[in-house]
Design a binder for this molecule. Sequence first.
Ligand code: ADP
Ligand code: BMX
Ligand code: ZN
Length: 291
Amino acid sequence: MTTLVIDIGGTKLAAALADSASNLTGRREIPTPASRTPQALQAALATLVAPLVSQAQRVAVASTGIIKQGVLTALNPDNLGGLSHFPLVDVLSRLTNLPCMAVNDAQAAAWAEYHALSADTTDMVFLTVSTGVGGGMVTGGKLLTGTEGLAGHFGHTLADPHGPRCGCGRTGCVEAMASGRGIARAANGDLAGCTAKQIFAHAAAGHPQAEELIQRSARVLARLIADIKVATDCQCVVLGGSVGLADGYLARVKAWLEEEPEICRVPLFRAKHQHDAGLLGAALLAQNRML
Ligand code: ADP
Ligand code: BMX
Ligand code: ZN
């Protein structure tokens, strides 16, 4: 059985074919459409899957946003505006003529990274620092999705009551400060208008403001991880997403975590599947749920 796996993020869309052993082939990526309308997303998905669909027997999607009964709703519309109640599973079933399932991107990635850990790990949390900050939680060997699909949305917990307003409607969310978007939004002077990727390049070249912006993100993330440890008593936290995987980011987060009391610290790992964690998680969940 070959699964067409798709990862929908706030910056990029990825797709690949997964065989029954979850090996990925034919991986391709296109930017998330700038207009972020349902029509634009549907057209982009059609372009993305066109070269792969004839080889697949089913479709599994990992997508940013809250996924409930196959429908995508943006928790932070700034990341994927105009997409309240986008019928993701219906749209893809019609596009491909194949059975389809969908899950939140970070929840899917958590499931893939959980399977990459040693067999004695039963409780872990995955965090993606990307366009937003997403999360997924495995407790007692089970992936938590919650009653409304909201479980693990740690990016919308409080980092600073005096912090910036978040697109979700709260003030001072972790996501508003630590995400790729949050890093870019806080830049000023000669860094105004830079993407997070460009800010990382400036920091590597010794730019003090760029370094400060990344440290601010890493510090917020470390505090979130300490909160997660006290709330869940997980055995480890795994970090992914393009910011989370960027050179030197994990080391900075680890250094800030050392500032927390020992009871709040937890082993922190880089995502083993790197940028493929969402795709692989979708493939694994399809095997579990659609057999
Ligand atoms: P998505 O959110 O669509 O899953 P990514 O995980 O690639 O996509 O996250 C996008 C964010 O990561 C953007 O803010 C982008 O500027 C930033 N980014 C992309 N590549 C890098 C990199 N090499 N180093 C640091 N930041 C990066
Ligand atoms: C946001 C939220 C989460 C998602 C996370 C990471 C939306 C559209 N998304 O907190 O559901 O898991 O971003 O998403 O509200 P990414 O686009 O950065 O991968
Ligand atoms: Zn928020």
